[in-house]
Design a protein around this ligand. Structure first.
Ligand SMILES: Cc1cc2nc3c(=O)[nH]c(=O)nc-3n(C[C@H](O)[C@H](O)[C@H](O)COP(=O)(O)OP(=O)(O)OC[C@H]3O[C@@H](n4cnc5c(N)ncnc54)[C@H](O)[C@@H]3O)c2cc1C
Length: 438
């Protein structure tokens, strides 16, 4: 019997299996491809990149770059393979996708303590430590088994994500704090971006004509996809005032700068505990990311908005992590069960690698009777694991690594470049100090 079973040989599962095996565990890694494919993968290789071949920035003063640097310190297999198969891409880490996946597959297959088993797992193994890393397109049979464990209401199948902007990038000389009819606390819970009629009509015109992502076949074919939540541009196409009577209705709001009720209002809702991030309420969308930047910056107060996440709608199997997980990636009700990757809500390629690494390391510690690790919240790896396991206002949504997840600096630094560089210095110093105590 192996010490650990890892289900799913994507980015997270490959990393988790590697980390656990490097700690001395005998690991069996189950991957259902190529026998059974997902709707997005096209090969039988482990760690196949389903879309872009870019793993994001390599600069440590960018969140994605800092997370990669932390993962390099932690001897990540995936980042090492990406570094070896990198292509020229300026300051980003882009890879030759075939060479990258082939190298990960080769390294895993050559590991003396990992057995790769090409089978679909349809039930949760009982009585054994397990890491589940089956990703956003988890096979239906296993998804059903996971839902039976978590409760169907805690496993989601679709994402309808609204964009998130940093609070500091909202122009508060135009936007104002309030809740409709003065509900909420005294200051008001929402940031409100007011529009006059002319601004509203121009915004709607640009929105309905903006370029969208084409839907993939499996998204177009499944009617539940659209029932989940209507994209804002689809609603806007119904009639000119559909938004003004819907998510942008100005009722119960007076603009303190003019003393009048605006024609329409875009509301921004607090998205993290530190109140550094706000989401645009009702703005789930299929607009291309460059179009989101262009069109949503027409909203008064958001001219300089810094987007830490763009709106998206896609099929995505993920847990309600804040109700189910510890920041160690352990399932709260069964400590020998770990989740890793996009299914935990650590969004994107590198976020998936990060939670995979944490799950693999911690599964090895747990098997050895040692206390699993909770990484410092000042590191991005720690902040991401904390984000997916900590209750916060609003509905839980997956999140990419971003600096808004980190605790503020003390004393604060106003200049953005200097602040990001300071976040990176603090994260790497804290990670090193943390590792030296182990
Ligand atoms: C269509 C699509 C496009 C995306 N594009 C990007 C992008 O461009 N950039 C980005 O950063 N992120 C993107 N993502 C989000 C996400 O980062 C990736 O999906 C990432 O690959 C997630 O890593 P993972 O290891 O969690 O899952 P995956 O890489 O999907 O790995 C999961 C593995 O589990 C296997 N599996 C599933 N069920 C079973 C089972 N029952 N038994 C055995 N094996 C099973 C699958 O075959 C797969 O190999 C995209 C997601 C999707 C769905």
């Amino acid at each position: 019997m192996p010490d650990l079973i890892v289900i799913g040989g994507g980015l997270a599962g490959s990393e988790a299996a590697w980390q656990a095996a490097e700690q001395g565990l005998e690991v069996v890694l189950y991957e259902m491809r190529p026998r059974r494919m997902t709707p997005a993968h096209t090969s039988g290789q482990l760690a196949e990149l389903v879309c872009s071949n870019s793993l994001g920035s390599n600069r440590v003063d960018r969140a994605s770059g800092l997370l990669k640097e932390e993962l390099r310190h932690l001897k990540s297999l995936i980042i090492a393979c990406a570094d070896v198969t990198a292509l020229p891409a300026g300051q980003a880490l882009a890879v030759d996708r075939e060479a990258f996946a082939a190298l990960v597959t080769e390294r895993i297959q050559a590991h003396p303590r990992i057995t790769l088993c090409r089978e679909e797992v349809t039930e949760l193994p009982i009585g054994q430590p397990v890491v589940i890393a089956t990703g956003p397109l988890t096979s239906p049979a296993l998804a059903e088994a996971i839902a039976a464990l978590t409760g169907a209401e805690s496993l989601y199948f679709y994402d309808a994500m609204a964009p998130i902007v940093t609070a500091e990038s909202v122009n508060m000389e135009i936007a104002f704090r309030a809740s409709r009819y003065g509900a909420g606390d005294e200051e008001g819970d929402y940031l409100n971006c007011p529009m006059n009629r002319q601004q509203y009509e121009r915004f709607v015109q640009e929105l309905v004509n903006a370029e969208t992502f084409p839907l993939r076949d499996f998204e177009r074919e499944d009617p539940r996809f659209f029932e989940a939540c209507l994209p804002i541009e689809v609603l806007a196409r119904r009639e000119l005032n559909a938004l003004a009577f819907g998510p942008l209705k100005p009722v119960g709001l007076i603009d303190p700068h003019t003393g009048r009720r605006p024609y329409a209002v875009v509301q921004l809702r607090q998205d993290n505990r530190a109140a550094t991030l706000y989401n645009l309420v009702g703005f789930q969308t299929n607009l291309k990311w460059s179009e989101q930047e262009r069109v949503f910056r027409l909203i008064p107060g958001l001219e300089q908005a810094e987007f830490v996440r763009f709106g998206q709608m896609h099929r995505n199997t993920f847990l309600n992590g804040p109700a189910l997980l510890h920041p160690t990636m352990q399932f709260r009700q069964r400590e020998g069960l770990f989740f890793a990757g996009q299914i935990t809500g650590t969004e994107g390629y590198i976020g998936s690698v990060a939670s995979g690494l944490v799950a693999g390391l911690n599964a090895a510690r747990w098997v050895a009777g040692r206390r699993p690790l909770t990484f410092p919240p000042t590191t991005l790896i720690g902040a991401l694991c904390r984000y997916v396991s900590t209750p916060a206002p609003g509905d839980f949504q997956p999140m990419k690594a971003n600096f808004g997840l980190l605790p503020p600096l003390d004393p604060p630094i106003r200049n953005k470049r200097e602040r990001y560089a300071a976040y990176a210095r603090r994260a790497l110093a804290d990670l090193e100090a943390f590792l030296s105590t182990l």
